[in-house]
Write a protein that binds this ligand. Structure first.
Ligand SMILES: [Zn+2]
Length: 348
């Protein structure tokens, strides 16, 4: 597997040659970025200040001690499960060799951290990588280096995938423009699970509203279901992307997000949603969602000349060795790449 990851370099602590760099970056964060004692509003109480300082120190600890996880860290039993579940062939013939830039970058308070999906990085990166290799649908290039999103680098790719990325990955305006223009110019955007919590950091959920608008929504208010079995209904039964489900509802235990937008169906072609009537009651439902109880979990949309595919499954490892979900994901990826035709006209 190709891995061009360099940022956060500190995650490669186990590689001796990176220790000086890791220390340098850590000290830089302590001095410039964290500003442990200075960046808090004046009205913070002493207790609030100490809470915040301890939180940052814990983050700093994770930053230095955290192992670099990649598909190479995959457990043999998980590899066997994924190998057995991978689609044998892609639903469409690629128009040309396709390359996808895949990032797992997780940020918090301007620093790399280990998001809640960190432990399954080896699982989903291996599944994503092998699904492209074995079907010939695409080549995945994994990187957590935000410099990869500059226009000159980005143009070597047919799509980008935010694979359980989380938090505010960058503030740089040129990078923001670069990503929006990349997709609008006719390329693809693929979001898996935590992608909906990307450029989101509590308590501000839409830190870069244009990203949420492009992806199709912004999560807010936590998870209405967090590991309970959910009944999933196939809304777009004729779409080639949902073919794996044969039009039938199915049950799956995973973590679901809720969107904060009052209206979203006017822009999205919803493929899958949670069948609330046949699922245990949700918790912490936003007021805006209590009104409609509408929880889509997979959709496509056009964006300028480009295409977006969002797949909300992917918090739990077993999602990545479920044959139907892998087939669904591959078809969505091929739609985003422009190789699989699918009707993306929004529907209520
Ligand atoms: Zn999650």
């Amino acid at each position: 597997m190709r891995n061009l990851s360099s940022y956060p370099s500190v995650f490669f602590f186990e590689k001796l040659e990176t220790i000086p760099l890791a220390l340098k970056r850590f000290m830089w964060h302590i001095r410039n970025r964290m500003n442990i004692f200075n960046q808090m509003p004046r009205n913070h109480s002493l207790l609030q200040r100490w809470q915040k300082i301890s939180f940052r120190l814990v983050l700093a600890g994770l930053l230095v001690m955290g192992p670099a996880l990649s598909a190479d860290d995959l457990k043999p039993e998980h590899k066997a499960l994924i190998d057995a579940a991978l689609p044998k062939e892609a639903p469409a013939e690629p128009g040309k060799p396709r390359r996808i830039l895949v990032t797992n970058l997780a940020m918090r308070d301007g620093m790399p951290w280990q998001g809640s999906s960190h432990a399954i990085i080896p699982v989903h990166n291996y599944a994503f990588d092998q699904m492209g290799k074995q079907t010939g649908a695409y080549e995945a290039v994994f990187s957590n280096d935000v410099e990869m999103f500059r226009p000159d680098t980005l143009r070597q790719f047919d799509a980008v995938c935010f694979l359980n990325s989380v938090g505010v990955l960058w503030e740089d305006e040129e990078l923001k423009q670069s990503l929006l223009e990349f997709v609008a110019s006719g390329k693809g955007l693929i979001g898996i699970h935590d992608a909906i919590a990307t450029f989101v950091q509590y308590p501000v959920y839409d830190q870069w509203p244009a990203f949420g608008q492009m992806l199709g929504g912004t999560e807010n208010g936590g998870h209405p279901w967090n590991g309970e079995p959910m009944m999933i209904q196939v809304e777009d039964k004729d779409s080639p992307i949902t073919a794996a489900f044969g039009g039938k509802s199915f049950q799956i235990a995973d973590q679901a997000f809720q969107l904060q937008e009052p209206v979203f169906r006017d822009k999205l072609r919803i493929l899958l949603s949670i069948d609330v009537a046949n699922t245990v009651s949700p918790s912490r439902v936003l007021p805006v969602r209590q009104d409609d109880m509408d929880f889509p979990i997979g959709w496509i949309r056009s964006y300028g000349q480009g295409r977006v595919f969002y797949n909300g499954f992917g918090h739990n490892a077993h999602v990545f060795w479920d044959p139907a979900l892998l087939e669904f994901t591959l078809a969505g990826i091929q739609y985003a790449l422009g190789d699989l035709e699918a009707d993306d006209t929004p529907r209520q």
